[in-house]
Design a protein around this ligand. Structure first.
Ligand code: HEM
Length: 352
């Protein structure tokens, strides 16, 4: 495990000049919500069923686009580090060497493409489960397929982000024997609660929770014929939690949105369409059974369930107002850029 260094350690085990933040603003989003009923292509028999294998094939163009976006973000982060304008270096000056820290930069780039794809797939899910847009430019079935393929790509990108972070730790802990080196990198990246320093003690488990929830909440779709469409739909609703955790993790830990400057404001601003779509989805759900009539009116809707649904709608409205307040006031949880950059010495790597 990483030594209990003071000052705090960075996400990669080097001194982390970032003060601890156990919580920060979070945004809200939507349930990627299934469209209900039988999915397109499922004609009741096995032959027409949408399978994981088929969706993985359909996801190839989407995943290729994600790789191109990741490469572009990586190039940008690399260039900024080379030119001395990197915010990551502003937070952790010892990282001022893109040739050494390229895996860290690639991890960051995968993090951004994962977040962008998560944003897109949540928007698509909300368009499907909320009020029908008056004029959809593409057929609904195409939107559904895009929702499924972008969701598969998102999970892969999240995993690549964590994997590159682990790879950077393997590089860094060069003084350890191989078995220990691999274990430390794996545990710090993938075992909740293992990473034990600085903001990462909170931010990394939040990221891990997002990744570990994304897998079942997305993939259970492909076994819905076994678990039942209703169970699947009820579970999939919670996929919004994955999105909220992802944004929260980024706001807490992303060095490129560390300071209270425009990149952080843009990140907050991007949550507004999601929150509005979520609110609309709750107020006017596509599935009639989910509409909120007067208390006691809906069939099988007990008062506690009605109260819960009403509270959900109020919470979503509050999130919209909260996001507007953050963007307008500029109180976005960002730090002030220090006049003097912090000291640069990395902490000693782990010893056996
Ligand atoms: C096992 C799970 C995860 C681990 C170990 C992990 C690790 C990290 C670390 C160490 C950082 C700090 C990088 C920096 O210095 O900026 C970071 C930032 C970030 N993470 Fe994660 N993360 C995980 C899950 C996720 C998930 C699920 C998302 C969602 C899309 C995500 C998106 C991001 C983004 C966008 C950043 C900001 C990068 C930057 O500022 O350039 N992470 N993560």
């Amino acid at each position: 495990m990483l030594p209990d260094a003071s000052p705090e350690e960075s996400p990669d085990g080097r001194p982390d000049r970032r003060p601890d933040r156990s919580s920060d603003g979070s945004s809200d989003g939507s349930s990627g919500g299934s469209s209900g009923g039988r999915p397109p292509g499922e004609k009741g028999g096995r032959a027409g069923r949408v399978t994981l294998r088929r969706d993985l094939r359909s996801a190839v163009p989407d995943a290729s686009a994600a790789v191109v976006v990741t490469a572009a973000v990586f190039a940008l982060l690399y260039t900024r580090m080379e030119s001395g304008t990197s915010d990551t270096v502003a937070v952790m000056p010892f990282m001022n060497d893109p040739g050494t820290y390229w895996m860290y930069l690639l991890s960051q780039a995968f993090g951004w493409s994962a977040l962008l794809w998560a944003w897109g797939t949540v928007v698509l899910g909300l368009l499907l489960s909320g009020p029908r847009p008056a004029a959809l430019p593409v057929p609904r079935q195409v939107l559904e397929r895009w929702h499924r393929t972008t969701s598969l790509t998102t999970t892969a990108l999240m995993f690549a982000h964590a994997l590159m972070f682990a790879a950077e730790l393997v590089r860094y802990e060069a003084q350890l024997a191989w078995a220990r080196r691999l274990w430390v990198a794996f545990a710090d990246s993938f075992v909740p609660g293992w990473y034990d320093s600085g903001t990462g003690r909170i931010a990394i488990p939040i990221g891990q929770a997002a990744l570990y929830l994304a897998v079942p909440l997305g993939l259970l779709f492909y076994v819905r014929h076994r678990i039942g469409a209703t169970t699947w739909r009820r579970l999939h609703r919670f996929v919004i939690v994955v999105y909220v955790l992802s944004v929260w993790h980024t706001l807490l830990y992303g060095t490129n949105v560390w300071y209270g400057e425009w990149p952080r404001t843009v990140l907050w601003l991007l949550q507004l369409p999601i929150a509005v779509l979520l609110l609309l989805r709750l107020l006017r759900p596509a599935r009639r059974a989910e509409r909120l009539g007067p208390p006691g009116a809906g069939e099988g809707v007990t008062r506690p369930v009605w109260a819960l649904r009403a509270a959900g709608r109020i919470a979503a409205a509050a999130v919209v107002v909260g996001l507007l307040a953050v963007v307008v006031s500029g109180r976005d949880g960002g730090r002030d850029r220090p006049a003097e950059p912090p000291a640069t010495a990395p902490h000693a790597p782990e010893t056996e």
